[in-house]
Design a protein around this ligand. Structure first.
Ligand SMILES: Nc1ncnc2c1ncn2[C@@H]1O[C@H](COP(=O)(O)OP(=O)(O)OP(=O)(O)O)[C@@H](O)[C@H]1O
Length: 566
């Protein structure tokens, strides 16, 4: 097979001199869950071999759909289906350490619309630090990143109120914060005006002068001219690996657009027709369309393994102990987002007491029935509302690209889920206090047992709803799909939980099914507390079952929250 155009004979460099080294890299996309390299999907990148020296600005250039994003996702370790050799800063791309040294900006602005520029950047600064940073250090790093992309004066503006170009710059600043050694930027200048583009490219070169390596994708050829080195891609193949000036010299073309066409069109008429630069030397040989690098030779020649990251290595390197600083930063960020969403707060705090009020009116002639149903509902309402809220919140995180960005930062899956759990847990506590107080004080709901235990059970139910919501969000691709989960997951549990008809009156088969459903234990525990003055042993059993179900749902949610996507 042919090799990419290059004017120099490359001597393999040591990993220490390289930011990225790829040898015979193949990437398949659309692989099934758990599918590793070479299984299913469609091969998008075909046997790339290249090196990115440290302290350079390297452009990944090529037409739409040629595989630029796919390659960049592989470099930052969030792409499944990668085979061949890919070393980043001398490490396997699944190494956790890389997430402290590499910053990534996705093609679309992956930042939180409902937070201000400062809040976004401070959050990413808090996540990316090696050690727990002081608040002053977080602020300083966020301000420096904002200034670097020309957003120093927009700190207090919510990102949702910025223009498209400004949002892209916030996203870029978030990447700069995380990238201490390598910045992987996917089309960072799309939608920016020419002045700003020039400023950003100047800034990229200043960063490279300071020793940072930048891998920047673009399909705009005038940006290619600003790179130190170019990787020209076409249909997943590397057709040139050159300095811009050498590329022009090699092809004899007057500009990089024509140089690219020369390389693409194997018969080279474009080259002959193209305006040849006056100072450019004639082509050394006729430009030709070249395909993949010597896919089969390279790894063997360099003595490197053919598989990129074994499943064992991936497992070892993705397991992280819980980090309190990142967990609390995430919890604070989610709480901040919740506070801005007044409708959500209203739904959580006002709807349950209102519905209980309605229930009291319905059971006006039967206070005992109200006491029984109302007590059970003190747990069912939090479970349902938290399920709905978390599933949508996590889905939004995934669809906005922020989850993908988070997966390239040092935050662990456990930190993220625990952060969500804490934020929604606090909301659940407020909800339990408001709903229980309203029910007992205003609606005369009769509770024989201790109120704090009742409140604790309501919070436990809410936490179970949160864990269930986090889990189901992995299976939905849109808010509409998330809502579709609501009836099948919750309604059967509600019908069988004992609020409508006591278990003793159910058909034996239905009674057995009901004992397999967590909501049954929520209602059982609450109604027992409502009816007896102490804490019966069965309430403890129920609480343990709910806690166990919560942990299982959280563990499954962590397992489905994979770092690598299709
Ligand atoms: N999730 C996916 N599953 C399967 N195939 C995908 C997926 N995402 C992208 N592809 C395919 O991978 C190929 C390369 O896409 P990629 O986004 O890497 O191209 P690109 O060069 O970055 O394009 P652009 O400049 O338009 O962003 C495309 O043919 C696309 O259809």
């Amino acid at each position: 097979m042919a090799e990419p155009r290059t004017s120099e004979r490359r001597v393999p460099k040591a990993d220490d001199d390289l930011a990225v080294r790829a040898v015979d890299l193949h990437i398949r996309r659309g692989t099934s869950w758990g599918g590793h390299a070479g299984h299913g999907g469609q091969e998008i990148v075909h046997g790339l071999s290249f090196e990115v020296p440290r302290g350079s600005v390297t452009g990944v250039i090529g037409p739409s759909g040629c595989g630029k994003t796919t390659l960049m996702r592989a470099v930052v370790g969030i792409q499944r289906g990668v085979s061949g050799e890919l070393r980043v800063l001398g490490l396997d791309t699944c190494e956790i350490e890389l997430r402290r040294r590499v910053g990534y900006a996705t093609q679309t602005a992956s930042v939180y619309d409902d937070l201000t520029v400062d809040e976004n950047l401070r959050y990413f600064a808090a996540l990316s630090a090696d050690r727990v940073p002081s608040p002053a250090e977080i602020i300083r790093r966020a301000e420096r990143a904002a200034a670097g992309v020309g957003l120093a004066t927009e700190g207090r503006t919510p990102v949702g109120q910025l223009s498209g170009g400004q949002r892209s710059r916030v996203s870029l600043a978030a990447a700069i914060i995380g990238g201490h050694e390598l910045l992987v930027l996917d089309e960072p200048t799309v939608g920016l005006d020419p002045v700003l583009r020039r400023e950003l490219w100047d800034e990229f070169h200043r960063m490279a002068d300071r020793g940072l390596t930048l891998l920047v994708s673009s399909h705009v050829m005038d940006e290619a001219a600003r790179c130190d080195r170019l990787l020209l891609l076409r249909e997943g193949r590397l057709i040139a690996d050159e300095k811009p000036a050498d590329l022009l010299a090699l092809t004899g073309a007057g500009d990089l657009d024509h140089a690219f066409l020369c390389l693409v069109e194997s018969s080279a008429p474009a080259c002959a027709d193209s305006p040849v630069r006056g100072d450019a030397p004639p082509p050394r040989d006729s430009p030709r369309l070249v395909g993949a690098s010597r896919a089969s030779d390279a790894p063997a020649a360099l003595g490197v393994p053919r598989t990129h990251g074994t499943p064992e290595a991936r497992g070892r390197n993705t397991r992280q102990p819980l980090n309190l600083a990142r967990t609390s930063s995430t919890a604070l960020r989610v709480i901040r987002q919740m506070r801005r969403d007044r409708r959500t707060v209203l739904l959580v705090l006002v709807l349950p007491p209102t519905l209980l009020g309605l229930l009291q009116a319905i059971f006006a002639n039967s206070p005992t029935a109200f006491d029984r149903a109302g007590t059970g509902l003190l747990g069912v309402f939090p479970l349902m509302t938290m399920f709905f809220l978390t599933s949508v919140a996590m889905l939004r995180e995934r669809r906005s690209g922020t989850l993908e960005r988070l997966m390239t930062t040092p935050i662990g899956r456990g930190d993220l889920l625990a952060g969500y759990g804490i934020a929604f847990g606090l909301l659940a506590v407020v909800q339990a206090v408001v709903t229980t107080t309203t029910a007992v004080v205003l609606l005369d709901l009769h509770i024989a047992g201790p109120l704090p235990v009742l409140g604790l059970l309501a919070v436990l139910a809410a936490l179970f709803g949160t864990a269930l919501g986090l889990l189901t969000s992995a299976f939905a691709n849109s808010e509409f799909q998330a809502v579709q989960f609501l009836p099948p997951v919750l309604l059967p549990q509600f019908l069988l939980c004992g609020i409508l008809v006591a278990q003793s009156q159910l058909h034996p088969v239905l009674a057995t099914v009901s004992f397999l459903l967590p909501m049954t234990y929520v209602v059982d525990a609450l109604t027992r507390i409502g009816a007896s003055p102490g804490v019966p042993a069965l309430v403890v059993r129920d609480a343990l079952v709910i806690a166990a179900c919560t942990l299982v749902a959280l563990a499954l949610a962590a397992a489905t929250l994979r770092r690598q996507g299709p």
